[in-house]
Each structure stands twice: as C-alpha cells, then as structure tokens.
Design a protein around this ligand. Structure first.
Ligand code: 6AU
Length: 277
C-alpha cells in the first residue's frame, strides 16, 4: 500500500515530474505541510510565504483575491520558491468546458500555467476539462489535482462522484498527479473483483480542513488534526491556512514561524507513525 512507502521512494518512481518534485521536497525538508495563503494584499502574501518557507513543501494561493496583483508578485513568489525550496499551487478550482479552462489556465491577467506548478479542477463538466487543462499544462510539466472530495459540511463531492474522479484521473496518467480528498480515495475498500486498469498508480492526496485549535469556522469549514488526516486517513499532504497565519492580513512573522513549525512537526510525526504501524 502507498501509505507504507516513504515520500522519497515514491518520488523516485513517480511518472509525473511535478509529483516527483513535491514528494522529493517532502523527504528533503521533512515536511508534508502546504500553507494556504488566503490574503488580499501582495505584501502580506509574500511575507507569509517567506516566514513559512523553511517549514513547508508547497505554498497554495488564491491569486484572484489579491487586490494589488501584478507580475512582480509572481516573480517574487517564484524567487521565494527557489530560496526556500517549495512548489506553488494556484487553487483555481477550474470548473468549465475544456476550451474555456484552457484559456483561463493560460491567459488573462494571471497566466496561471506560466508560474503555478500545480492547479486543481472539478470534474463537474466531464473529462473535457482534463483535455483542455492538459493541453496547456502537460507541455509545461505541470500537475493537476482533481477535487474528488471536499472538506466543507454538506458538500456534494461524495460517493459515485468521488469514484468518477478516480476513474477520470486514471485516463490522464501523465497529468493528474492526485486528488484533493479527505482520505485515500484511490485505494479500493472492496478488494473482491480483481484489479482495475491503472490501479496501483501513485496519487498524491492533498487535504484541506486541517487545524489543531479549531473544529470549524462558522461557514462550513470542518477541521481535523494532522494525525487524523495523515495517519488515520492515509492522506499525504496537510493544507493549513488560518491555523498558520491567523486571519485577515496575517499574524506577526514570529507567530507564523511558530505555527508553521508546529504543523510541520505534527504532520511529520503522523507520517512516521503511519509508516511504523
Ligand atoms: O485552513 P483554512 O480553512 O484557512 O483554508 C483552507 C484552504 C482554503 C480553501 O479554499 C481550500 O483550502 N480548500 C480546498 C482546496 C485546497 O481545494 C478544498 C476543500 O474542500 N476545502 C478547502 O478548504 O484556501
């Protein structure tokens, strides 16, 4: 089972370069922490990414909430990714037909594909969304996550819809590197009936809704601990936003450093416990 393998061994065997990079980064820095920087000012975004940088494998952005976005923000973020050794994930949640997402991914003000190693998409429009995004991202060596499940209370990404995401991913083995999910959606619970084609592929499960101090935010978000997510549920990467930077434009740098270290340690301990069990 994938949950018994180290990030390093998975990196070495992974067919998608950006997944190799992410898993190798986890091994090298001993972290499975992705910080989600959901702030509306360029300076705050860069400050938080710089403070958390040593403790994370990935920075996740919502670039369209930044009021003073410019190309320099992207360049500075890329410089921080080089300085601290992390990947960048623009959490765009594409959800339109192939031709539209192709344009949204490559063009407009943000030109997401030009700077974001990873992005994500909903399968609601069908597999044409994957054809469209892959036409832009694959030649650039980018990776995609499908939202097979969500963290929010009452969300509709369940059951057959979740399974369809896994099936669709298997048809894009050079581009879909994993899932946003709450558990190992790629491993079958029922073992009878043999092995489906593509089963055994290594998907990176990246999981939001992680917090050590809070159970929710009053707007549907639901939080679990790093141990519940990585050790009990077999997910690979913990995504932490407000748990690290507070809210608004963010906490002071020393508090961000303190929380980043805390989540890094908790995430890594959960991973080591999972390997040992
Ligand atoms: O830790 P938080 O609650 O401050 O932030 C969680 C982050 C936000 C959400 O947009 C995102 O994770 N997210 C996602 C992603 C990553 O795709 C899916 C989901 O189901 N729930 C969720 O919170 O930036």
């Amino acid at each position: 089972s994938i949950t018994k393998r180290t990030y390093g061994s998975r990196a070495a065997a992974h067919p998608i370069p950006v997944a190799q990079q992410l898993l190798a980064c986890c091994e090298r820095k001993q972290t499975n922490l992705c910080v989600s920087v959901d702030v509306t000012k360029k300076a705050a975004l860069l400050r938080i990414a710089d403070a958390a940088g040593p403790y994370i494998c990935c920075v996740k952005t919502h670039i369209d909430i930044v009021e003073d976005f410019d190309q320099d923000l992207v360049q500075q973020l890329q410089a921080l990714a080089d300085k601290h050794d992390f990947l960048i994930w623009e959490d765009r949640k594409f959800a339109d037909i192939g031709n539209t997402v192709r344009l949204q991914y490559s063009s407009g003000i943000y030109k997401i594909a030009s700077w974001s190693h990873i992005t994500n998409a909903h399968l609601v429009p069908g597999e044409g969304i994957l054809t469209g995004l892959a036409s832009v991202g694959q030649p650039l060596g980018r990776g995609l996550l499908l939202l097979a499940e969500m963290s929010a209370k009452g969300n509709l990404a369940t059951g057959d819809y979740t399974r369809k995401n896994v099936e669709a991913a298997r048809r894009f083995p050079d581009f879909v590197m994993g899932f946003v999910a709450m558990r190992r959606v790629d491993e079958r619970e029922e073992t009878a009936g043999g092995v489906a084609p593509g089963e055994g592929a290594d998907y990176v499960i990246m999981t939001p809704g992680v917090g050590l101090d809070s159970k929710g935010d009053g707007m549907g978000q639901q939080y679990r601990t790093p141990d519940e997510v990585v050790n009990e549920s077999g997910c690979d990467i913990i995504i932490v936003g407000r748990g690290i930077y507070g809210g608004g434009e963010g906490s002071a740098d020393d508090e961000i450093v303190r929380q980043s270290k805390r989540y890094q340690e908790a995430g890594w301990k959960a991973y080591l416990d999972r390997l040992e069990q």
